[in-house]
Design a protein around this ligand. Sequence first.
Ligand code: ATP
Ligand code: DP6
Length: 419
Amino acid sequence: MGIEGNDWVLMKTARAPSNIAVIKYWGKRDENLILPINSSISVTLDYLFATTTVAVSPSFTSDRLWLNGKEVSMESKRYKNCLQQIRSRATDVVDEKTGLVVKKESWKDLYVHVASKNNFPTAAGLASSAAGFACLVYALAHLMGAKESYEGEFSTIARLGSGSACRSLYGGFVKWNMGKEDDGSDSIATQIVKKDHWKDLVIIIAVVSSRQKETSSTAGMQTSVKTSPLLQHRAQSVVPKRMVEMEEAIMKRDFATFAKLTCADSNQFHATCLDTSPPIFYMNDTSRRLIGLVEKWNASEGTPQAAYTFDAGPNAVLFAPDDKVARSLLQRILYLFPPASDADISRYVVGDQSIMELAGIKTIDDIEALPTPSEWSGIDIPRTKGELGYLICSRPGQGAIVLEDSAALLDDATGFPGQ
Ligand SMILES: Nc1ncnc2c1ncn2[C@@H]1O[C@H](COP(=O)(O)OP(=O)(O)OP(=O)(O)O)[C@@H](O)[C@H]1O
Ligand SMILES: C[C@@](O)(CCOP(=O)(O)OP(=O)(O)O)CC(=O)O
């Protein structure tokens, strides 16, 4: 790679996690700046990532994006806004390997190539847009030597890509403060606690469907803001109090309160969807059976063992306070939702394998031998094989990071996706 002329390519690769809200963001007060009508709180997920390579070269003739191997348009204002905001903060950059210098004023004349892939379903209610935009902003900022002028400034840029993306820059538990300013400068995400604060927490994602949902979050929340009286009540009177209680529960690792608030907030979010005209249904029968699994277990124990939350899709995110309870939770899920008889167990439960090991499950036969959970004894429950797609075992994860050049998704000589 020469540093003279047009034949150089400079690139950076980053990885950013997905996050799941336990106090939901639903509704904007400003569509363009993506300013929410209420604050929200999320857990950053381990094992669910977007990986993004961004490259510049004087030989590129337009901004281009390849998402999961396919070229998609970068014309939307969401991509343009993120790019423009990082470009405007670019500084002089010296490439350590080649000595190439890109001057601050040159960045505006250089087009970018972006290649990104998600290691989980895109646009299926697992916050791919959150991981994707956080990753894009983080990678661009590192490529262009952009610096934050105040803590959390990059989160305001990720927010321009997708609201929930502002929370994916940080690890552990993250709060997105709705802010008051019209320019969005105080609508920022901050970390509440690092991932190790509640490292015992286990998060199991039940992928009910990997299909793209019919109503995107963006469109769904627009209709809710226009038509749902319940959403107004939620934003003004319910969420402010819940934000305080949830933050306190997280600080104290108080699982009972955390579980109560998490389930209540998910249910209220889906109630606002039903209160929307025309109503929006994100959950399906399988989602509701997963709610039943948790509610019945919690009721039989008299205290919350597990919690559930659902974003804008049918997939469940379930929480257990520690490995021991997670083992019982996983056994219950597998009992009620056994895989298809010919399923490959190593593909049915992915992510953190330690929970499977604790549950003592290695084969389909082990699942078939699971005893009926006590709260279901004497009840004729349907156990349809293959009803669930697969499970992802996770824990609170870290925020966005820069990866080695070897992880690049673009060819370092051409700046195009490799063959
Ligand atoms: N890795 C990525 N890089 C850049 N953009 C991405 C990436 N992943 C997803 N996106 C963008 O986000 C869109 C999907 O967002 P959408 O809100 O519909 O789904 P989701 O984020 O998976 O679900 P939800 O936000 O409801 O949990 C994609 O069409 C694409 O524009
Ligand atoms: C249900 C949610 O996941 C909604 C996420 O909405 P998005 O952040 O995807 O929406 P846009 O800002 O329009 O891109 C709840 C949450 O993550 O807080």
